[in-house]
Design a binder for this molecule. Structure first.
Ligand code: CDP
Length: 271
């Protein structure tokens, strides 16, 4: 089966593991800035776990008619598959090999069960599996491996460079798209983030314990921020937003304002 076949011009489909990625999406968002006014073509949103990146990133992309691309899903898919296939997470070479071989597709959701997109690992739907606590536990060590990052970063960059994208992760503004036209760093205190993650797990019917969630989050923060390759940090030219006391709509308002005001070169952001 060929990789990356787009079904029609309103679908979003991208195949991460083949060289010839095809990306087609409709550019008809509801974002107010229009009429030929330039807006940033590439928007990078970084930040620690549960800082709200996925929620607001997805909504912002939808409003702008941009592609929403959650890079964490790729690291999660590799981690889930390693666990499934009995690959020792401590075996860097074996995990890296898996990252190079695994075909990860992120496609428009076929079901409406709360998912933002469907994640396929070698054709199998792993959208919810990659959110499980065991993936939370091992995804940071997996993402710290240089070769895993190299394999996934290349694919992310190819997609990002096409523009009209809101890309979300840990190293988007610093490594994947250092020239992104708007860089956001979403933050919140560890306690607030752990509480959000705990409620999220409960809502999905997962067993959850607030203390354990907090501990797990601290462990991940520690690894993500201190790894040698592409650690989580605020890019020099990023706007940092503390979301401790802000709801989703409020964060979105701030982001839209930043989009409106972002200085863009040449500026062909609008169709
Ligand atoms: O949803 P949450 O913020 O908890 O995590 P995620 O965005 O799904 O990312 C899961 C993990 O993947 C992170 O803890 C990082 O270790 C890793 N990651 C990364 O290293 N680089 C990225 N660009 C995205 C995620």
């Amino acid at each position: 089966m060929p990789h990356g076949v787009a079904y029609n011009h309103t679908e979003r489909f991208f195949c991460f593991s083949c060289a010839a990625i095809q990306l087609v999406w409709d550019a008809g968002g509801t974002f107010p800035r229009g009429g030929g006014v330039a807006r940033p073509l590439t928007i990078a949103i970084d930040g620690p776990a549960a800082s709200g990146k996925s929620t607001v990133g997805g909504l912002l992309a939808q409003r702008m008619g941009y592609l929403y691309f959650d890079t964490g899903a790729m690291y999660r898919a590799v981690t889930w598959e390693a666990l499934q296939r009995g690959v020792d997470i401590a075996d860097e070479e074996a995990v890296s090999r898996l990252a190079r071989m695994l075909r990860i597709d992120i496609v428009k959701p076929a079901r409406s069960d709360g998912r933002q997109y469907t994640v396929l690992a070698d054709g199998e739907d792993v959208t919810w599996e990659i959110r499980r606590p065991e993936v939370d536990r091992y995804v940071s060590p997996v993402s710290a491996y240089a070769e895993v990052r190299r394999a996934l970063t290349e694919q992310q960059r190819r997609i990002g460079e096409r523009g009209q994208v809101v890309m979300v992760g840990r190293d988007i503004g610093t490594v994947v798209l250092p020239d992104a036209e708007l860089k956001i760093y979403l933050d919140a205190s560890t306690e607030v983030r752990a509480r959000r993650r705990y409620l999220e797990l409960l809502e999905r019917g997962e067993e959850s314990d607030s203390e354990k969630t907090l501990d797990a989050m601290k462990r991940r923060d520690q690894i993500d921020s201190h790894r040698e390759v592409a650690p989580l940090k605020v890019a020099e030219d990023a706007v940092r937003i503390d979301t401790d006391n802000l709801g989703v709509d409020e964060v979105l308002d701030v982001l839209e304002k930043l989009v409106e005001e972002a200085p863009v070169e040449g500026g062909g952001g609008n169709p």
